[in-house]
Design a protein around this ligand. Sequence first.
Ligand code: ZN
Length: 215
Amino acid sequence: MIVDAVASALICLDPGHGTPPAVGRQTEPIGPGSRVYKIKDGGGASGEAAVALAIAKKTRALLLRRGYRVAMTRTGPVFRYGTGGNVARAQFCNRRHAALMLRIHADGSTDASRHGMATLYPSYHRGWTDDIFSRSLRAARLVQRAAVAGTGAANNGLGGRSDLTGFNWANVPAILVETGFMTNPSERRRLQSSSYQWKIARGFTAGVAAFTPPR
Ligand SMILES: [Zn+2]
């Protein structure tokens, strides 16, 4: 009997927020050795944590069907791994040698007319993100393109970020999708609907498949 020793690619899904407030208010360094500290979890936009989790679960189902392995930083409303911050989220994905860390969020704005989807990737920082920069940017392009195509959401493009703890501690390619604005009434309704969540999940799955095959 021949056993296939090559494990399939693991996708690490990180639905944002859900940190207990007492832990979320603590701070942590934004990168290894940094003296700049940032809050672990500001809580996100109203309703965001539940939307991120629902999208993550649907994405997990589709990725498993395609033959990927999937790990999720939380599978319920509360994020409890490690020290409970974005360092812990990155370490969760690092330890599993993920082919991609896909962070799922939704945006908020004081301007209720703002809507659409954007994907963030780690800016180049020697010692922190030099090892994952180009692969993360490539993943961001592919996932943003597929998710916009799958949903018809306005394309707010890509953004490089040097200040995100969850990127600076990642040793695996990492991106963060702002799936839409919770503060835009019609986009909020869509984000909270199962049918639109499935559209996003299908877009994510197509984007992941373009980035890395299941094995
Ligand atoms: Zn968020």
